[in-house]
Design a protein around this ligand. Sequence first.
Ligand code: 13P
Length: 254
Amino acid sequence: MRKKIVAGNWKMNKTLDEALALTSEVVNMVNDEVTGDVQVILCPPAIYLTTLNKYVENSPKIALAAQNCSDKASGAYTGEISASMLKSIGIEYVVLGHSERREYFGETNAQLAGKVNIALENGLTPIFCCGESLNQRQNEDYIGFVKNQITESLFHLSEEQFGKVVIAYEPIWAIGTGLTASSEQAQEMHAALRAHIAGKYGNEVADNTSILYGGSVGAANAEELFASPDVDGGLVGGASLKSRDFTTIIKARQ
Ligand code: 13P
């Protein structure tokens, strides 16, 4: 059975005090209110990971993710953070290939293949992001475009390695815009991606792959999105910065 996951991507938000307050609130709400089987993942800015790990270590439902890691093992790469560093401070997950990193930092499918490799070598679970722009959705084979992102960054992996990857489909036109994909649009893409994975690795691997939806997921639309059979959870941006909204989304998935 694939995991149900709700991950909160804080992006570049929150000072330390704010990060501590938000984490405490989420920990308390999850401990008090979430009874079901759902993995909650907080993705704060990397500078807070060590501190926040102490806040979540007694909450088995909650894990931490970095928002990125380097594709290099170590060395003269000023400002970068390696997968082995994340592992050494007890981090389990890393978000890779977010559309903001692709757009603003020029990350390519080939470079992301390298990041996925080094994350897996260090025992981190990649949350691999993919998704098309509005222009691509209107003018191109948008399903083919997203499938190709997965082919180029993930299909070199062995079956065992691929089995450790979480996919997050985030249509760029729905990120931070308040314009959510409809549950039909999300289901269409998720089913197509699962079929694409089945074509390469077989039905069992595809059935066990968690595919999250991201893009304006909120307290009001989470339940409907999560009702689609191939939507296994969410990668939440803005709404993850508010503990009550984020907990409502988690409860919609449990
Ligand atoms: P929003 O939920 O703010 O649209 O962001 C989605 C996202 O990019 C999560 O990684």
